[in-house]
Write a protein of this length. Structure first.
Length: 295
């Protein structure tokens, strides 16, 4: 009986979320942000790639999809939406953008690096908001105007660059299906345990930034530059650090992204440029130290 009640509650919550999503005038949000969302379930995710920047690290020119892809996601919630995102900024842009975010009623939940030694250095500002989606979108647009983040999505008719890697073998090693995006092969590996914030389950996990992300950018001869972030509980942090380092993958940052999620999570960023298959095996060994899914 208890299982039946829980199932009915879940179905009811799904219907409520769907109704709320339908009540939102998403065209207003699209217009405010100057781009269309990628929609997954009741989550609308907007990308803010720093296509204006040329960032290099270890001789690699970083594609936006590898490590410069800012984003904000909106999920239907009581009283409107909950919004969360990760914006890519230069050091000189941090304080002007932060000041506008705070003045417009948004929260700053983290500011930090992801990479080490990149030129120019980039930083990542995590933001959150609750309430009217059009108001939140306008606040984000107003804040990003303090940076050189392109105000609208770049129009391109060119074919996306090929990913010159054995992607089938990478899929097999990582254990989930990857996806090509802007010349980068991307993986999102969910955790097995549910993640909640303020009592709301964060799902789908990929669009909301709470799945382990692993990105491969081909660098020639079967090699790839890899980066991303592991989503970890406290007891997983040091086993993953040791495993990555033992496979020649540098750990470049360890920090939080949110303020009151359950379970408490830590996000570990990494970097390497080596044989793609070798690196995938190292990533998989590290994933095996976590409560991550594998198909």
């Amino acid at each position: 009986m208890r299982k039946t009640i829980l199932a009915l509650m879940a179905i009811g919550a799904c219907f409520i979320a769907t109704a709320r999503a339908q009540d939102v005038d998403w065209q207003k949000v699209d217009d405010a942000l100057g781009r269309k969302a990628a929609v997954t379930g009741d989550v609308h995710r907007y990308g803010f790639p720093r296509t204006d920047l040329t960032v290099t690290l270890d001789g690699v020119t970083i594609k936006p999809a590898l490590a410069l892809g800012g984003w904000v996601a909106f999920k239907s919630a009581h009283g409107g939406v909950m919004a969360m995102g990760d914006l890519v900024l230069l050091e000189s842009e941090i304080n002007p953008v932060m000041a506008k975010m705070i003045a417009n009623g948004l929260e700053i939940t983290a500011v930090h690096n992801h990479l080490l030694g990149a030129s120019p250095a980039t930083f990542y500002m995590h933001v959150a908001g609750h309430g009217d989606p059009a108001r939140i979108a306008a606040a984000i647009k107003d804040a990003l105007a303090e940076s050189k983040t392109p105000p609208s999505a770049p129009a391109s008719t060119a074919a996306p660059p090929a990913v010159d890697l054995d992607t089938a073998q990478l899929d097999n090693i990582i254990g989930v299906k990857g996806q090509a995006n802007g010349g980068v092969y991307q993986f999102n590996v969910p955790r097995r345990d549910p993640i909640t914030e303020q009592g709301m389950q964060l799902s789908p996990v990929g669009p909301l930034g709470v799945a382990t992300a692993v990105n491969f950018q081909p660098t020639g001869g079967g090699k790839a530059a890899i980066t991303g972030d592991f989503v970890l509980t406290g007891d997983e942090v040091n086993p993953v650090i040791k495993t990555l380092r033992s496979h020649g993958i540098a750990v470049t940052a360890l920090h939080s992204h949110m303020l009151d999620e359950q379970p408490r999570l830590f996000f570990m960023h990494f970097w390497a440029n080596d044989d793609a298959i070798k690196l995938a095996s190292g990533v998989r060994a590290a994933l095996d130290k976590t409560a991550s899914t594998k198909s």
